[in-house]
Design a protein around this ligand. Structure first.
Ligand code: ADP
Ligand code: MG
Length: 573
């Protein structure tokens, strides 16, 4: 008795199927990712169940996902030895869609289609992954035997509104999903995307499922040297050279390195280096890494790397962010800008968020509360990593990436104080060393009220700037800011630890009171100079900032600094 039944899909399933088939055709290779992801989930579930019921495993404990392609019959099969499904579970899981997701998925799909940017990531985030099989198949057969059950069931559908389900035989636990492939739309496609082709399968697995934690295997045929005792001998009784024979071997296609999900104490430095290289294509080992497992309301794992060298594209418009987003080891997207602020764009790594419930257009991602929460926390943790990195390492980092980090001072108001702590400058007293603002404040003279800085493009000439003469004489230290971005830093960072930051080249420095009597003495000279320089300067004043030099140019407190003028001129403004 096969107990065969025919069911029709729930209406929304049929609707969804049509949408998927029509709209995701150009990304159809993702079907494999979805089936592999389900297989991997099924093994996860089995292992979880085995924690309380070890007998459930039997002697089938070598977990794997096997892909089998049949060129002649044009089928591709994904099989796992995971938890499997009972008849009821098949009807429940495959015949309906996770109720909560359906409506919002359909809405998001319609929306993104209207905007003409349907993204393949949509699929798989709403619990509709299985149906992606119908993008490439005109018939799908699923044979499954639940862990602990003796009987198996066979589900089959042509994606046309109905499916059949009947009892069947299956020797072992787990699920096989067999896709009967559609004819390709053109011959050109046949060559490019023949999903029965070993090379194509290998490529898709590497691209989308490399970090799946179980081996994804395939039988491949290889030429192997014939062993001596089976070889054909020549007339002297020696084996004829170069004899080979065909052998079929099971090969693992994925590297399985979901190292972010492993215990952080178990991951070796070598593995980190290798993984970082895989992510970044940077051959220098990373300077530092951060491995976080967040539990609680929002669960996610993050493995982040700080490069030792500034990536070359850092200031290019088309630059990429370094974060790849995963959901339970399945790759969702790279270049995920939403998970980090711009000024941390050099961080490379992976964020794996199992509960991310998003209808994934990047615009929506930006407003997602879970994503915002992750972003906020990751930013905090990365800034902490910098703060605790150790002086020498941090110095290396700062020399390479300081200019990017500084962007945060004026873009990330929430973390401005932490970022200010991370600033380092050379000063009129520090020699070759860069010091922190904290150190600066600690070294302030007893009578010194404000923190002095000067901006420019060349450290050596800043150091000898006439504006600094009197400050130097009084023993006041001056921060030397020689990076264009510093102009923006000082515009938003007006004070630190209650001390005002003051430009040494602008406004009155109020270092000493100008002697009024003396002022009268110079009145004539000053007004004469003013007349002569009328077209060039606003005013001519006695100054307290000079010591050796007779005169200097200086701006009003709210004027642009000389360096800023230069930057703007250079950029054509
Ligand atoms: P999701 O994986 O997001 O839940 P899918 O459409 O990919 O959505 O799968 C629907 C459901 O079908 C799964 O949640 C699971 O219960 C069941 N399922 C799919 N494939 C398998 C499998 N290989 N083994 C066991 N159960 C499976
Ligand atoms: Mg799935």
């Amino acid at each position: 008795m096969t107990n065969k039944e025919t069911h029709s899909f729930k209406t929304e399933v049929q609707q969804l199927l049509n949408l998927i088939i029509n709209s995701l055709y150009s990304n159809r290779e993702i079907f494999l990712r979805e089936l592999i992801s389900n297989a991997s989930d099924a093994i996860d579930k089995l292992r979880f169940a085995a924690q309380t019921d070890p007998d459930i495993l039997g002697d089938d404990t070598e977990f794997k996902i096997k892909i089998t392609a049949d060129k002649e019959n044009r089928t591709i099969e994904v099989a796992d030895n995971g938890i499997g499904m009972t008849r009821e579970e098949v009807i429940e899981n495959i015949g309906t869609i996770a109720q909560s997701g359906t409506a919002s998925f359909l809405a998001a799909l319609e929306q993104s289609k209207k905007e003409g940017q349907l993204s393949p990531e949509l699929i798989g985030q709403f619990g509709v992954g299985f149906y992606s099989a119908f993008i490439v198949a005109d018939r799908v057969t699923l044979v499954t035997r639940a862990a602990g059950a003796d009987t198996a069931v066979c589900w089959e559908s042509a994606g046309d509104g109905a499916y059949t389900i009947e009892d069947t035989e299956k020797a072992d636990r787990g699920t096989r999903v067999i896709l009967h492939l559609r004819e390709n739309k053109s011959e050109e496609e046949d060559e490019l995307e023949d999903f029965t082709e070993e090379y194509t399968i290998r490529h898709i697995v590497r691209k989308h499922s490399d970090f799946v934690a179980y081996p994804i295997v395939m039988d491949v045929e290889r030429d192997e040297p014939v062993p001596e005792d089976e070889a054909i001998l020549d007339k002297d009784g020696k084996p004829v050279e170069g004899q080979t024979r065909k052998v079929v071997k099971e090969e693992t296609l994925n590297s399985m390195k979901a190292i972010w999900l492993r215990d952080k104490n178990e991951v070796t430095e070598e593995e980190h280096n290798e993984f970082y290289r895989h992510l970044s294509h940077d051959w220098n080992p990373p300077l530092a890494h951060l491995h976080l497992k967040m539990e609680g309301v929002i669960e996610y794992t993050a493995l982040l790397y700080v490069p030792a060298k500034a990536p070359f594209e850092l200031f290019r418009a088309e630059r990429k962010h370094g974060i790849s987003l995963y959901c339970k080891r399945v790759f969702i997207m790279d270049d995920c800008k939403e998970l980090f602020p711009e000024y941390l764009r050099f961080i490379k790594g992976v964020v794996d968020a199992p509960d991310l419930n998003l209808n994934v257009s990047r615009e929506i991602l930006q407003q997602d509360a879970v994503v915002r929460n992750i972003r906020k926390n990751l930013t905090k943790r990365v800034l902490k990593l910098f703060a605790e990195m150790g002086a020498e390492k941090y110095d290396t980092f700062y020399a390479e990436l300081g200019p990017v980090l500084k962007e945060g001072v004026y873009t990330d108001i929430e973390n401005r104080e932490k970022l200010a702590d991370l600033l380092r400058y050379r000063t009129t007293k520090s020699g070759e060393k860069r010091i922190s603002l904290k150190d600066y404040v600690a070294g302030m003279k007893a009578d010194q009220q404000e923190m002095y800085y000067i901006t420019g493009d060349d450290l050596a000439s800043l150091m000898n700037h006439p504006h600094l003469e009197r400050l130097k004489e009084k023993g006041y230290e001056v921060l030397l800011m020689a990076d264009p971005v510093d102009e923006w830093v000082v515009q938003s960072l007006t004070e630190y630890e209650g001390k005002k930051l003051k430009s040494a080249e602008k406004g009155d420095l109020d270092l000493d009171k100008v002697d009024e009597a003396q002022k009268g003495e110079y009145e004539k000279l000053l007004s004469h100079m003013k007349t002569v320089l009328e077209a060039k300067v606003k005013d001519v004043k006695p100054s307290t900032r000079l010591k050796e030099s007779p005169a200097c140019l200086s701006g009003d407190t709210y004027d642009m600094s000389a360096y800023m003028e230069k930057i703007l001129k250079a950029s054509g403004q």
